[in-house]
Every structure is written in structure tokens, then in C-alpha cells.
Design a protein around this ligand. Structure first.
Ligand SMILES: Cc1cc2nc3c(=O)[nH]c(=O)nc-3n(C[C@H](O)[C@H](O)[C@H](O)COP(=O)(O)OP(=O)(O)OC[C@H]3O[C@@H](n4cnc5c(N)ncnc54)[C@H](O)[C@@H]3O)c2cc1C
Length: 261
């Protein structure tokens, strides 16, 4: 049976980079989780064995579920239904398989339900996803947006959103607008604080957003009225459960098959 990890010895090479020991020690903070969590590594060798086990599972899922589904996902594509994006049927199978294998929120600390993976094994898993299906790799690897929330969010936001991503909720990064692409500082989507609702209300249009109907979005918006450059912008969390967003159009951005005449 095919396995994208076991069948590609050049991938494992990354785990043996001389810097890995330092990276693992920093990420594991000298293995301080070892007495708190059953799955936490006790030392460097144990951590590498953990990564290998996880990458082997990823190698199995990518080769035997995601790759065989990829043609059907490409043929069917996502659908626009009543202002919502609905994935191709087999994308749901891919999501289900990766969720059951615990491949979501993998880089997040264990206290939020993550696996505390360093970027190297995360990137190796991402490479296998891309080998199987470049489109699904985008959906899966956008879980990386959670790093921004972890780094810059407060503890209340972390506790609310990180466990959801670790359970398999999807993410997107909503920056581009019809008049703000390369020149991102000109983003104009408006953020207004509502005393009545006790939260910020966002009003405007984004476009070209990969996985743009995800569960949890990070949205760049103008929070300082009267500003025109980067200094009046802030990043907001949009939770799809709250509603209020309509998908107008699905871009045909990624095709893996071409016909030449
Ligand atoms: C596959 C794909 C996925 C994407 N996913 C996301 C996403 O998840 N989230 C998100 O926010 N956005 C996403 N985008 C949008 C992407 O970030 C923008 O397309 C990009 O920032 C460029 O903006 P634009 O398309 O408006 O082009 P423009 O900024 O209008 O540029 C048009 C052309 O002008 C050139 N140009 C622009 N400024 C200058 C300059 N000063 N000097 C010389 N030449 C210039 C550019 O090189 C380009 O050739 C995605 C785009 C693609 C294609």
C-alpha cells in the first residue's frame, strides 16, 4: 500500500537536519509537558519518533484517500448555494479523514488541544497534502492562520478559537479587496465599534480569498476613520457561526488538468 512518507526517504531527511535538536528543545520548552500530557515527548529522540508516527499516518491518508479523491474534487469543484460555498463531495471525505487522524491545529500547544508540532514536520505533512491534491493542501494548510491568532490574540480569544481549529474547523486570511491587492495598505473594508452589540461590525467586500467561506476568518479592516494607509488597519476575527457574510462568486483559481489541442 502506498505511503507518501515511507515511500519518500528524501522527506525524512528534514528530520535529521543538525538544527532539529535545537528546534525541538525550543518548541518543547525542554520537554515541560512530559508529566502533564500522555502524548508529550520525554526527550528529543521521543519527539522525532512522534513526528515520524504522525507523518506515517499523513502519508497513508494522503496516498490512499486524498490523492484518489483528487480527480473527482477537480471535476466537481465547490458549489455556490444560497450565498454559501459548499465543497465538492469528496472534499468532505478528506476533511473527515484528516480530522479523525488529529491533523488539525497541529502546531498549537497541547493545552488547547494541539500537538505542538514545529514548523518542519508541519511543512512535511503539507508537502504530502500538496502531492495528493494541491487544492486540498490549501484548505488544510490554512490552519496555519491560527498561528497569528495565537501570537497576537488575547487569552480569551485563544481559548475560544484554538480548540475549534484543533477539532478541524477551517480558516482563511481575508486581506485582498477589489481596490487593494499588491497595495494592501489601501484596504477600505470598514470596521465600526458597536456599543449596542459590544463588538466590531465589518462592512465591505473582500475578493480572491482562498477557502473564503471558512469557519474562522482573520479579516483586515480599517478601524481608524479618516486614515488611508496601513496605520489605520486592524485584524479582526470573523466567526461564521455569527452569519452576516454572503459569498457572491467562486473563483476558478486552481486547476490541475489542462487540455492541449
Ligand atoms: C491563487 C490565489 C490565491 C489567493 N488567495 C488569497 C487569500 O487567501 N487571501 C487574500 O487576501 N488574497 C488572496 N489572493 C489575492 C492576492 O493576494 C492578490 O491577487 C495580490 O495581492 C495581487 O493583487 P491584485 O490581484 O489586485 O493585483 P494588482 O495589485 O492590481 O496588480 C496587478 C498587476 O500590477 C502589478 N503591480 C502592482 N503594483 C505595482 C507597482 N507598484 N509597480 C509595478 N507593478 C505593480 C502587479 O505585479 C500585477 O502584475 C489570492 C490570489 C490568487 C491568485
Amino acid at each position: 500500500m502506498a505511503n507518501y512518507f515511507l515511500d519518500s526517504p528524501e522527506l525524512e531527511f528534514h528530520l535529521h537536519h543538525p538544527l532539529m535538536k535545537k528546534i525541538v528543545e525550543l518548541k518543547e520548552r525542554n520537554f515541560e509537558d512530559k508529566d502533564k500530557y500522555e502524548d508529550a515527548p520525554v526527550d528529543y529522540e521521543d519527539a522525532i519518533e512522534n513526528y515520524k508516527r504522525l507523518l506515517e499516518i499523513t502519508g497513508d491518508i494522503t496516498a490512499n484517500i486524498i490523492e484518489p479523491n483528487s480527480e473527482s474534487v477537480d471535476e466537481e469543484g465547490p458549489h455556490l448555494v444560497d450565498g454559501r460555498m459548499v465543497y465538492a463531495s469528496k472534499t468532505f471525505e478528506n476533511l473527515d479523514a484528516t480530522r479523525k487522524a488529529g491533523l488539525w491545529g497541529v502546531s498549537m500547544p497541547r493545552r488547547y488541544g494541539g500537538l505542538n508540532l514545529p514548523i518542519t514536520p508541519y511543512s512535511m505533512a503539507s508537502e504530502m497534502m500538496a502531492t495528493a491534491d494541491a487544492g486540498f493542501q490549501n484548505i488544510w494548510s490554512l490552519q496555519d492562520c491560527i498561528e497569528t491568532l495565537y501570537e497576537f490574540g488575547n487569552e480569551e480569544q485563544r481559548k475560544k478559537y484554538i480548540p475549534r481549529v484543533c477539532q478541524g474547523e477551517t480558516m482563511s486570511m481575508d486581506l485582498t479587496e477589489p481596490d487593494a491587492g499588491s497595495d494592501l495598505q489601501s484596504a477600505m473594508l470598514k470596521a465600526t465599534y458597536s456599543e449596542k452589540d459590544g463588538c466590531w461590525l465589518l462592512n465591505g467586500v473582500k475578493r480572491f480569498i482562498t477557502n473564503g467561506d471558512s469557519d474562522i476568518h482573520l479579516v483586515l479592516a480599517r478601524s481608524e476613520e479618516g486614515t488611508k494607509d496601513g496605520r489605520g488597519l486592524s485584524m479582526f476575527i470573523y466567526d461564521k457561526r455569527q452569519g452576516g457574510v454572503t459569498v457572491r462568486h467562486i473563483e476558478h483559481k486552481l486547476y490541475s488538468r489542462f487540455s492541449y489541442v
